[in-house]
Design a protein around this ligand. Structure first.
Ligand code: LLP
Length: 412
């Protein structure tokens, strides 16, 4: 459930007219709904209420400071994958002891930054990384808390680019090699192994792969217990999908109930790293029609948002619902919705039924809150869009639109 709805024939974000917001702030424009963010976070977090748990929102999905601040105020921890994300999380007021650090390529300065902050744990993805963390921690006189990311070789049945827990993926350690890694970790002077971790992929629409991975981790936990390690955390990553079109992913409450059942009697604090399910449907991208054009084989609606603003359709062939901000009731036709970028791969939708559109009219691209702005770029020297956070009847500019000057500011 989200708070973007039609009122008197025009789209509203909570109490504010999207048309007015576009008029005031220009397009392309990302609009996020605070009520939706709150609702999604609380629905997810409360699904695990009967277990000791920590919900670490995955910053990469939407790292705007206003979004992070809002989630931090609700008690969210954060899952980060870079020094930059750590900087943002701390700036947003997230306590370091609620931050977990994932990713296959952590650099020494980033590790030092996380150790200085005092994060909860590193999710370690290789033996070389473990050794580097040990070296950095030792040189700082610190002990690093770590868990290993286990690659359970489970098929999450999602897009290949966002499936991460299969043997062929670059992530984590195989179960077979993880035991030796824990033995090494136990013996390294500046390392304290405290947890187990996995993240098998993103946009999962069934619970089974999560349960399959969990089964493998719990079997592995039995082996760890025999090693007398003080394991306290089980991080199950993120990955719960959302409806973009006709998908019917499990509701967070069903997801939470299934995991709670599978974990009954397991004396570990569960860490969760949801991203998309919190922010995906809490954001839309609003774009203005520039031109329409017919070729002998196709009809195009050319809008002012492009692959640099929302890469998902071009990169993964993802479906995003696109609708008129103020429906006029014209007859639908088959169109491609495309941006101004000089690539044929620059599209927001292909072969979509959309009512005839006129120049200057607005379209809303739904489910754009996750991996939308965060994956945007300046390709074709296009300024990144503004981001607006609506809360009831008020809107704040969560990020100003970039300018020509800001785009060249780092160049000589
Ligand atoms: N934890 C780890 C270690 C991750 O790598 C990810 C996402 C998450 C948590 C959050 O997953 P979520 O709950 O959002 O599914 N750009 C792609 C998605 C990439 C996901 C990368 N990792 C997309 O637009 O679909």
């Amino acid at each position: 459930m989200h708070h973007f709805a039609m009122k008197n024939g025009s789209l509203f974000a909570e109490g504010l007219s999207v048309k007015e917001l576009a008029r005031e702030y220009g397009t392309p424009l990302y609009i996020y709904s605070a009520a939706t963010l709150k609702r999604h976070f609380q629905a997810f977090d409360s699904a695990f209420d009967s277990m000791e748990h920590l919900t670490c929102y995955s910053v990469k999905a939407n790292s705007n400071l206003a979004v992070l601040k809002l989630l931090a105020s609700l008690g969210a921890g954060m899952d980060i994958v870079s020094g930059g994300e750590l900087y943002r999380a701390l700036l947003a007021g997230v306590p370091a002891e609620r931050i977990v650090y994932s990713g296959v390529g952590k650099k020494a300065p980033e590790i030092a930054q996380a150790l200085s902050a005092g994060i909860l744990m590193f999710n370690v993805e290789s033996v070389q990384e473990l050794e580097r963390i040990n070296d950095v921690a030792k040189s700082m006189g610190k002990i690093a808390r770590v868990s290993f990311r286990i690659n359970p070789d489970v098929d999450p049945k999602t897009h290949p680019y966002i499936s991460t827990g299969m043997k062929k993926n670059k992530f984590g350690l195989t179960i077979e090699s993880a035991l030796d890694a824990y033995a090494l970790a136990r013996d390294l002077p500046a390392i304290k192994p405290v947890g187990m971790d996995c993240h098998i992929g993103s946009q999962l629409t069934t619970i089974e792969p999560f349960l399959e991975a969990l089964d493998k981790l719990l079997a592995f936990y039995e082996k760890l217990k025999a090693m007398n390690l003080d394991i306290r955390y089980l991080d199950l990553g993120g990955g719960l999908g959302i409806p973009y079109n006709e998908e019917e992913p499990p509701h967070p409450s069903a997801f939470g109930a299934a995991l709670t059942k599978a974990l009954s009697g397991v004396p570990l604090k569960v860490v969760l790293e949801p991203g998309r399910v919190i922010v995906g449907n809490a954001g839309i991208l609003v774009t203005e029609v520039q031109y329409t054009k017919q070729t002998p084989t196709k009809s195009f609606v050319i809008v002012d948002a492009a692959m640099n603003d929302l890469l998902r359709p071009s990169l993964y062939g993802s479906f995003h619902r696109i609708e008129e901000v103020a429906p006029k009731g014209r007859a639908p036709q088959d169109v491609d919705v495309v941006g101004p970028i000089c690539e044929s791969g620059d599209f927001l939708a292909k072969d979509r039924q959309l009512p005839e559109m006129l120049q200057g009219e607005l379209l809303a691209v739904y489910s754009a809150g996750a991996y939308g702005f965060t994956m945007s770029s300046n390709y074709n020297t296009r300024a990144k869009a503004a981001e607006i956070l609506v809360d009831g009847d008020t809107a704040i500019v969560a990020r100003r639109r970039e300018t020509y000057e800001s785009m060249v500011a780092h160049e000589i």
